[in-house]
Design a protein around this ligand. Sequence first.
Ligand SMILES: Cc1cc2nc3c(=O)[nH]c(=O)nc-3n(C[C@H](O)[C@H](O)[C@H](O)COP(=O)(O)OP(=O)(O)OC[C@H]3O[C@@H](n4cnc5c(N)ncnc54)[C@H](O)[C@@H]3O)c2cc1C
Ligand SMILES: *[C@@H]1O[C@H](CO)[C@@H](O)[C@H](O)[C@H]1NC(C)=O
Length: 530
Amino acid sequence: MKVNIRLPAVAITLLGLGLTQTTDESIRQIAIIGAGAAGSSAAHFLQKFATEAGVHVNVTLFEKTDRIGGRTRTINPFDDPAQRVEQGASIFVQANSILNDAMSEFELAPRVPDDDADPVMGIWDGDRFAFTLDQSAPSWWNTLKIVWQYGVTAPQRAQQLTTATITKFLNLYEPPFFPFPSLTQRVQELELVEVTGVTGEEYLDANNVGAHYSHDLIQASTRVNYASNLANLHGLTTMVSLAAEGAIAVEGGNWQIFHEMAQRSGVLIALDTAVVGIEKTSGGASGRTQYTVQTTPGSTPGDPTTHPTTFDNIIMANPYQFSGISVGDGVLETPIEQITYVQLHVTIFTSPSRFSPLFFDLPESEKVPGMVLTTLAHDDTPTSGADGAGKAGFFSLSILGKATNPQTQQKEYVYKIFSPEVVTPEFLSRLLGSTVPSDFTGADSPITWYTPHVFNSYPKATPRVTFQDPIVGSGVYYTSGMESFISTMETNALMGKNVARLIVDEMMQGIATVKSRDGLAWEDKQAILG
Ligand SMILES: Cc1cc2nc3c(=O)[nH]c(=O)nc-3n(C[C@H](O)[C@H](O)[C@H](O)COP(=O)(O)OP(=O)(O)OC[C@H]3O[C@@H](n4cnc5c(N)ncnc54)[C@H](O)[C@@H]3O)c2cc1C
Ligand SMILES: *[C@@H]1O[C@H](CO)[C@@H](O)[C@H](O)[C@H]1NC(C)=O
């Protein structure tokens, strides 16, 4: 007989055993703290996996700010909502299947490349342009240009190495490597420890990628992607910086992926709610370890109140050291390591002016590349200048495209600067070749709209062979250990998915245990109930 009841699976099992449990006991209460890539992905996949498995979860997603997306966010040039640029994470790639699948599922359109984006890229070392490339030129010409300057083998080897490394990494998505209760263990099994345990410089050198090519082109990409020189970050992060083939972004903002993941999962979303404390409780009727969380409004922190729900699982989905959470005794069975993050200044502004050639010691008639990446000067060391930025003093300067100034109705350039220190009016005056006042946008300023922001952007990815594993307590999970391995939207979303799978698998195991103890097959129990 086919029974058509939709009681939670655990409730059925327990009923079958003749136990008197309330329905509520069968619902797994889960708190996710943080609605960035990791937390939103955890919500999305918890709901999906639980539905597939026929188990019931009740998920509450706590988010300190009033929006979903975390470090993925857009801002509006001229405060015009119709014009948007990425302030945080800006691109992902074809191999990022979680993000790509979500985009298709949610029918989000890819962003069409801006015709106004400048096609010329130059690598500035603080003294001179070490290399320039016109991306609108025929590709054979550009290939020739690279070969002429760096030889054939270095770019080829770097490409092969990137492909091989990414292929190893992609194993994490499929059984038997997925899900992973220990990231450290998988990194060893997949032999990725050879890549994370050394610096980018050592890894490239050991694999005979020419030093000249590494110093200029590869270092330019580790600096723009991870604000770090090759000597200061590990090999895997270096390889990820090179895997930029087929870059994608979502029209209107990448945050929409996470917004849709969270919204459509139907979980309870508590915005403007900061979790400030987690306490272990004596456990419910089931004897399970449970937790209470204390919250306060994110915007106007006040006295913490205890959230009425007692949770079976806690997923901490943000870097712990910045979370402002204090945990009670016994919550963390494994301490969470303090990680040094890069403090990155992201400055976005509009101007009708282009970069001044004089800033780059070029003749006044010469056009400066619209995308300026950087590397170290010949007399720099990897730790020269602020945070290793060297003589250049910044990691990148680029024209993202154009936006319409509502006052003049003229199109102006939209600029983005990545730097280790706050950008000053003096620096901008030299860069644009005319005086920028101390308030940046006053009368006669070449700057018409200005928004600086500083992020704890990603870890300083120094070489390491162990990583913070996702299970940090009994039913307590942590996603940001992923960031010291690879910090991207996709990898953090993968960790959210991984934790969701671990929780649902553990719930199913619980049912299987009860079932086998009971000696009845699943179908028999359904028949009894029917
Ligand atoms: C400038 C910049 C450029 C980047 N470029 C790229 C790129 O091009 N491509 C790419 O893939 N990645 C890029 N990254 C990295 C990427 O943004 C991150 O790896 C990823 O977004 C992190 O996601 P997450 O969910 O782990 O953390 P977060 O995005 O930081 O989300 C954590 C969330 O938790 C919330 N929170 C924190 N504490 C609490 C609390 N106590 N209670 C409730 N909520 C809390 C926060 O408000 C936040 O919303 C970039 C990052 C930066 C800063
Ligand atoms: C689900 O969680 C919410 C909020 O934390 C709580 O108010 C609600 O009672 C829970 N629902 C069930 C059915 O357990």
